[in-house]
Design a protein around this ligand. Sequence first.
Ligand SMILES: *[C@@H]1O[C@H](CO)[C@@H](O)[C@H](O)[C@H]1NC(C)=O
Ligand SMILES: *[C@@H]1O[C@H](CO)[C@@H](O)[C@H](O)[C@H]1NC(C)=O
Length: 249
Amino acid sequence: MNMHAQQMFSVLSICSYLLVFSFLAHPSTSALQSFVYAGCSQLKYNPGTPYESNVNSILASLVNSAAFSNYNNFNISFPGTDVVYGLFQCRGDLSNSDCHDCVTYAVSQIGTLCGGASGGVLQLDGCFVKYEKTSFLGDEDKTVVFKRCGPPIGFDSDVLTQRDALLAYLTGGGQYFRIGGSGNAQGIAQCVQDLNTSECQDCLLEAITLLKSECQSSTWGDMFLAKCYVRLSERVHTPKSGKQFHLRH
Ligand SMILES: *[C@@H]1O[C@H](CO)[C@@H](O)[C@H](O)[C@H]1NC(C)=O
Ligand SMILES: *[C@@H]1O[C@H](CO)[C@@H](O)[C@H](O)[C@H]1NC(C)=O
């Protein structure tokens, strides 16, 4: 059975962004550099302008900072030039070296994908990077940017009950990163850490509610909002570090 062909997906594009997608990666593969989604601002800057140097400085800052932190944000503005804002967020279970590798790769990709664009966003399995001309830092943005559902399995109540228990587990917490497993289902929830914990909780609740309503009878699915995401996958892949919980029935 070809799962790829059966993936259902839809996209709501964010304001002035053009979103590009690839479906090469099955959600259950754990390669940190697997592509999830990307978008580039339609607004361009002229090559050789100070804005270009600011973008390059921001991207370099993200890479440097990812060597010792799972999240950071920056703004860069040389006198008389437009400010550029940027941030990266690694998945909460990544080591500093995995985070650094992921952000390094993401920055190299976003440079290619969004060359000349005034803003860009790229989500890989292991990390998220974004830069933009207008500040988005601290904004709780619940726009759906990417979603997909596994094939419907009909109403196998045991499997769906297990899935919903896992989603309920992911709803609790107050952390920026949550992971849980139940049977052969695994769930991950992650916020971008410019949100405070109550905004994170609110964002994840929205993502989980949407995932449940969009992927009603699927065992796996992804719901990415602009500042948080929830992912359910079929196979348990053990993270290199971090906590793993198992629900008991
Ligand atoms: C840029 O970052 C600095 C240091 O974090 C902060 O104090 C400043 O308010 C930021 N500037 C803008 C325009 O957001
Ligand atoms: C989180 O941020 C929102 C919006 O800025 C604010 O209203 C709320 O009080 C903050 N909550 C906490 C727990 O800091």
